[in-house]
Design a protein around this ligand. Structure first.
Ligand code: ATP
Ligand code: MG
Length: 334
């Protein structure tokens, strides 16, 4: 198998607040291979956005990295100077924001921003840059590129702005894209269109995608693998098929049970609350909400273990599917 395009290992991030230090991410492991789509799911506040932003090197105060590594195409970005990191953005990794209209620069035209995205990294004659921009706009299904390039963000609908954002992301030929809830600010009718555009664009460019979503249905439809986060840790990961057919972490099972379905109209909310991350419990962070929790869970952090015969791993002392003690294969995260 080829090398991963992005590999996050034992990543740790805290936020220094007046209440104390929030242990927001505690030992996050994530890997993505060329062309793959990996979904990152979990309830609000579990650390999805903090993880995504860190991959782009966006760690601003009060955030502080306290350990681990994030390798993009083999280079640890945590060791790069900010100038080097800026060069990497757009060229090797690009971000698709939730609210595209706000993320676009309101003071210059869409065309200027697209051309900048091309020329920030390569010395390309203007004519060629223009051709690439037109090509990217076609790929995201935006007709009449000339008129569009003369417009400003405020003139675009939410769906168009998100398409422009995707065009900006793909025009630099980055081999990994990170999209943080790219459709949750859009009307339901537009969401599916934008996800389809993203899929089609990736088919052409071959870029890998981390798709962050609180919507498990979106993850199931778009991703090859998913990582389930809870309170700053990845608690389960595996192929969408394996995780959805047999969730092995009690938290994943509860998340899936909370999905609306044809048979079930009411959502089954997960009882209890996420622990305070200023003073997190030493063991499993889900223990206080888990029916299967024992003293061991309260006291000891469960290690990631592989599940026999499946491309799936779980960090749980009492998984719903039996694990094997051996170290996991290299295929997935862990
Ligand atoms: N600037 C900040 N200052 C203090 N704490 C922060 C800050 N940003 C994030 N956090 C904390 O870090 C944790 C992770 O937040 P994050 O925004 O990554 O969650 P999320 O999974 O993206 O949630 P959502 O689904 O609501 O977008 C939370 O406990 C949050 O309160
Ligand atoms: Mg978020």
């Amino acid at each position: 198998m080829s090398d991963p395009v992005l590999e996050m290992r034992d990543f740790r991030l805290v936020f220094d607040t007046y209440r104390g230090t929030v242990q927001a991410l505690e030992g996050v492991d994530l890997t993505i291979y060329p062309g793959e789509c990996v979904g990152i799911v979990g309830e609000t506040g579990c650390g999805k956005s903090a993880t995504a932003r860190a991959m782009l090197g966006f760690v601003d105060k009060p955030g502080r990295v306290t350990g681990g590594s994030i390798k993009i195409n083999g280079r640890d970005i945590l060791k790069l100077r900010s100038r080097e990191m800026r060069r990497l953005r757009g060229r090797e990794i690009a971000f698709i924001f939730q609210e595209a209209k706000k993320a676009l620069n309101p003071t210059v035209t869409v065309g200027t921003q697209l051309l900048e995205a091309v020329q920030a990294h390569q010395r390309v004659p203007r004519k060629e840059a223009l051709e690439r921009v037109h090509e990217a706009l076609r790929q995201v299904g935006l007709a009449d590129p000339d008129r569009l390039m003369d417009s400003y963000a405020f003139e675009l609908s939410g769906g168009m702005a998100q398409r422009v954002m995707i065009a900006i992301a793909i025009v630099g030929n980055a081999n990994v894209l990170v999209a943080d809830e790219p459709t949750s600010a859009l009307d339901v009718s537009i969401q599916a269109q934008v996800l389809a555009v993203l899929r089609q664009a990736r088919e052409v460019t071959g870029s890998a995608l981390f798709l962050i979503t609180h919507d498990l249905g979106v993850a199931a439809e778009n991703c090859d693998r998913i990582a389930v986060m809870y309170a700053g840790r990845v608690v389960e990961n595996g192929t969408v098929e394996d995780v959805f057919s047999a969730p092995s972490h009690p938290y994943t099972a509860r998340l899936l049970a909370a999905l609306p379905s044809a048979e079930r109209e009411t959502l089954e909310a997960i009882p209890g609350t996420v622990p305070d991350l200023v003073d997190p419990p030493p063991g499993c962070r889900f223990a206080n909400r888990c029916e299967k929790a024992t003293q061991l869970c309260v006291e000891q952090r469960p290690p990631m273990s592989a599940i026999a015969g499946r491309r799936q791993q779980v960090a749980c002392h009492h998984p719903l599917v039996s694990t094997k003690p051996a170290r996991q294969e290299t295929m997935s995260d862990g």
